[in-house]
Design a protein around this ligand. Structure first.
Ligand code: SF4
Ligand code: SF4
Length: 132
């Protein structure tokens, strides 16, 4: 059970939109490795707190996102919006590709994409955002 991939809900979308940009070299290398790992469809758990992607982000400080003063709550709210739209509970486990498929079935429409990603700084560089 230690190999379970913990991923915050909105990162199910970000990982698909990743084009090699990020907050630091470490962040990009880690994200690249995770994207590769997802191909093997590991067991995963959907969470609403810092995850394996945040683990190499310079904005993770003392276990929470501190990109801006209000980021911890805003990012959590983004995760909760994704969970609500997918009818999933915080902490749900399953194969990561099943969650990705579910997200792509339910959320690939202009309203939901803008509702979830509206405040994100990476929109112009995110394939998941720009390809809707
Ligand atoms: S626009 Fe931002 S929040 Fe939305 S999927 Fe892309 S990187 Fe993630
Ligand atoms: S900006 Fe915040 S939510 Fe995004 S990866 Fe970094 S720590 Fe995680």
């Amino acid at each position: 059970m230690t190999n379970i991939l913990k991923i915050r809900a909105h990162h199910l979308l970000c990982i698909q939109g990743f084009q090699g940009y990020g907050y630091s070299q470490d962040f990009v290398e880690n994200m690249t490795e995770i994207a590769r790992n997802i191909d093997s469809n590991p067991e995963s758990q959907i969470i609403t707190e810092c995850d394996i992607i945040c683990s190499c982000c310079p904005h993770k400080v003392e276990g929470v996102c501190q990109k801006r003063l209000d980021s911890a709550q805003k990012v959590k709210d983004m995760d909760l919006r994704v969970l609500r739209k997918l009818y999933l509970k915080d902490g749900t486990r399953g194969r990561v590709k099943d969650f990705v498929s579910l997200a792509n079935t339910k959320l690939r429409n202009s309203f939901d994409v803008h509702d979830i990603c509206g405040d994100c700084d990476w929109k112009e560089k995110c394939l998941w955002f720009i390809s809707v």
